[in-house]
Design a protein around this ligand. Structure first.
Ligand SMILES: NC(=O)c1ccc[n+]([C@@H]2O[C@H](COP(=O)([O-])OP(=O)(O)OC[C@H]3O[C@@H](n4cnc5c(N)ncnc54)[C@H](OP(=O)(O)O)[C@@H]3O)[C@@H](O)[C@H]2O)c1
Length: 342
């Protein structure tokens, strides 16, 4: 089956991820007549861009989902719990960007470069796409894990506001303009001001572990993607005043010692990754460089001086900086790649 011959529905088509999905489908040559842009009934009738064309938004209901062969859900976990069973009953294959099914053992959680084989072994017609921070961290470290084993990953994230959706992007733009005009407005999407500020991730904090939900997802979903508990993970997830692209500072501890050259060679040409790593010019991955790019940028590869070296110069500790457009590889592009692999 050719991708472009399918009847496709995108639920959440007005949203941050849904609008990227429509743009990707249009760029793949899918005809507008084969795509249904669906959303909340309250938004029906609005027009959403599809390449150079526009589609009319329709309500995500049984009538609009029937006949769709492939349904992308980018409408949040609550909507996914309601709409995924509906679309499956109507015979569609469903790819969900939300957290609703990521921990459901019946539903494969797929990052194609890492565990795309799950699509062949599972009979499920529903597939979940991982959390965006998890996707970037696992994609950037999987080649090292395969080559040397990965014992430990300590991570600090610098997450764009668009991770919280289209309204959060509007909030950053509005607050920035207000602040520059000397005014302050009360936050609506986040509990803290996002312009000229940063704050610990806005997901709920578990009172026992002290970890917020984003940090917990990272550990749980990485373990599912890798299929074992080899890698211990500790994370600090932070929201920064950037519209799109999440950055990650990673400190990695390998199982087997390696030289910096060996680590570099393992990452070279790995699928989905591109270097931005120029020590001389001090040029490394940034949101501005990664925005709109399908590859996740990696750089600042360096030995971790807090972990010892062997006599031959090899060591287990390395630092790495990552910047990835989380609306693309962290969500819309990964969903599309799942569909293509499938
Ligand atoms: N943003 C990211 O970086 C990212 C990364 C990975 C995964 N995800 C996941 O992707 C999903 C979408 O995120 P987003 O950032 O695109 O959010 P968003 O910008 O808020 O968009 C969500 C869209 O879903 C629509 N919607 C909400 N409830 C619906 C329902 N019951 N039926 C039909 N449509 C409904 C909304 O319609 P209205 O426009 O009418 O409100 C909105 O357009 C979330 O589950 C999120 O966790 C997001």
């Amino acid at each position: 089956v050719e991708f472009r011959d399918l009847e496709i529905a995108v639920v959440g088509a007005r949203g941050a991820v849904g609008s990227e999905l429509l743009a990707l489908l249009a760029s793949r040559g899918v005809a507008a007549t084969r795509v249904r842009a669906l959303g909340r009934a309250a938004s029906a009738g609005q027009r959403v861009p599809f390449g150079a064309q526009q589609l009319e938004l329709r309500p995500a209901d049984t009538a609009q989902l029937s006949g769709a062969q492939l349904v992308f859900l980018a409408a949040g976990a609550e909507a996914a719990r309601e709409l995924a069973p509906m679309a499956l009953d109507l015979g569609a294959r469903v790819i969900d960007a939300s957290s609703a099914f990521r921990e459901d053992p019946q539903v494969p959680l797929v990052l194609p470069e890492v565990n795309g084989g799950r699509l062949r072994t599972s009979r499920s017609r529903l597939v979940a796409s991982p959390n965006c921070t998890t996707t970037l961290a696992v994609l950037a470290t999987d080649p090292l894990r395969r080559a040397f084993g990965l014992r430990r990953m300590v991570l600090a994230s610098y997450q764009a506001v668009s991770g919280a959706g289209r309204r959060a992007m509007d909030e950053l733009r509005r607050q920035t303009a207000e602040a520059l005009a000397g005014r302050t407005t009360a936050p609506q999407v986040f509990a803290e001001p996002c312009a000229f500020n940063l704050f610990s991730h806005d997901s709920a904090v578990d009172p026992h572990s002290g970890q917020n939900l984003e940090e917990q997802k990272l550990a749980r979903e990485s373990a599912r993607l890798w299929g074992d508990g080899e890698t211990a993970i500790a994370a600090t997830c932070v929201r920064v005043p950037v519209l799109r692209v999440h950055c990650l500072a990673l400190q990695l501890e390998l199982v087997r010692p390696a030289s910096e050259e060996e680590v570099r060679a393992a990452l070279d040409g790995a699928p989905g990754l591109a270097w931005a790593d120029d020590r001389e010019l001090n040029r490394f991955p940034t949101p501005a460089r990664a925005e709109g790019r399908r590859e996740v940028l990696i750089g600042r590869l360096r030995p971790d001086p807090s972990l010892g070296r062997e006599r031959d110069g090899r060591g287990r500790g390395f630092g790495l900086f990552v910047a990835g457009d989380q609306l693309l590889k962290g969500a819309a592009l990964n969903c599309l790649q799942i569909a293509e692999c499938w």
